[in-house]
Design a protein. Structure first.
Length: 139
């Protein structure tokens, strides 16, 4: 298979695989550490509207699973991408990190939490995990 096509597919499958891990961990966190008064069965727009005003006042325990979701989603996505890539394996892994980083910036904008979480999330959940995923892929 053409190396360019394989790299594009690596990015897509890395993003999809990492997103599945991310969503699974967010859902697990909502079940294990639910925020009282929040109805998780509503649409995503309604959920965002309910969460936005209270995010900055939540206890740190509510940010454990979002951080794990961002970090492990990026790690798995980068690993998948680096394994599939036809060339430039680390660049492809870091490309997945960039995609997740942009998503992280967006969610931190839509649901502004405490500043400490935004800093920790942006600094440690994306590019370091993408680099580690690329390294673990062993290419």
């Amino acid at each position: 298979m053409n190396s360019i096509l394989r790299n594009i597919l690596a990015l897509v499958f890395g993003w999809l695989g990492g997103s599945a891990v991310n969503m699974g961990l967010v859902e697990l966190g909502n079940k294990l550490i639910p925020i009282s008064g929040i109805d998780y069965s509503v649409s995503q727009e309604e959920l965002l509207a309910a969460l936005a005003p209270i995010m900055s006042s939540l206890e740190p325990k509510y940010f454990l699973f979002p951080f794990l979701a961002h970090a492990l989603g990026t790690l798995v996505g980068a690993f998948i991408a680096a394994k599939i890539a036809g060339s430039a394996h680390m660049k492809i892994a870091l490309g997945v990190g960039l995609l997740f980083f942009l998503g992280g910036i967006a969610i931190n904008y839509m649901l502004p939490g405490p500043m400490w979480f935004s800093i920790v999330d942006v600094l440690f959940a994306y590019f370091p995990m993408a680099w580690l995923g690329g390294k673990l892929a062993g290419r």
